[in-house]
Design a protein around this ligand. Structure first.
Ligand code: SAH
Length: 220
């Protein structure tokens, strides 16, 4: 691709990105920090080049290995929900393309992210370093176990759907911390927010969403 073409994509993407932000606002995303972060992060570098022209549509897109980058509206909603806990340290399960990590990294002090597919991690790391986001730590592991060595966390965000909430994740929440997680075994899952208050966990359903399943074990 020539410099001229690259510049073309850059200019188009700034404009289509601004349109994506307008759509998010219309759909009820009100947190200006989230909107600003998503305005500044180029989503098109998180998808394959062949799909870059579709990066600012409100849809999930394939990222290889049978996985998908989440829909912008869902990223915005989950990030907004996470930020309500005023978190400094956030654990993400399911690094995928690294897009959700990048959005979080520009809003909180440190992001810890766990991914079970090695091939996705290498690409995600390249993208994050290209954007000079150095506050994301990625681990190749089964995220069902969380990241006990780094916990407890102010917030945990899970970007793949388990049938049931993994107990280990609840155990790694700090006091007042919240877990944002899609739960269900069907095509559509409940997006739940579970807040730790003392010995209690208060749960609400904020939306219905479609995520790939949270699997077990690791994959090269
Ligand atoms: N947050 C990602 C979404 C990727 S899709 C993004 O912004 O692109 C969900 C991801 O969860 C996939 O990459 C999948 O491999 C990963 N995943 C599924 N089960 C997992 C598990 N048990 N541990 C860690 N990651 C898992």
């Amino acid at each position: 691709m020539s410099d001229f073409d690259l510049q073309g994509i850059g200019m188009t993407s700034a404009r289509t990105r601004a349109r994506m932000i307008d759509r998010l606002k219309q759909n009820g995303i009100a947190n200006m920090d989230v909107l600003d972060a998503m305005k500044s992060i180029p989503r098109h570098i998180f998808v394959d080049e062949a799909l870059a022209h579709r990066a600012y549509e409100d849809s999930s897109l394939p990222i290889g290995f049978g996985q998908t980058i989440s829909q912008p509206y869902v990223v915005a909603l989950m990030t907004q929900t996470v930020l309500e806990a005023a978190p400094q340290r956030v654990l993400e399960i399911g690094t995928g393309s690294g897009y959700q990590s990048a959005v979080l990294a520009s809003l909180v002090r440190r992001v810890y992210s766990v991914e079970r597919i090695k091939g996705l991690i290498d690409r995600a790391k390249d993208r994050l370093s290209a954007l000079k986001l150095r506050n994301v730590l990625i681990k190749y592991d089964d995220g069902n176990m969380g990241w006990p060595q780094q916990g407890p966390f102010d917030a945990i965000i899970v970007t793949a759907a388990p049938e049931r909430v993994p107990e280990e994740l609840l155990g790694q929440l700090d006091e007042g911390g919240r877990l944002v997680i899609p739960v269900g075994n069907g095509d559509v899952q409940e997006l739940r927010v579970i807040e730790k208050n003392g010995k209690e966990f208060n749960e609400t359903v904020v939306e219905y969403v479609r995520f790939v399943p949270l699997l077990r074990g690791m994959q090269p």
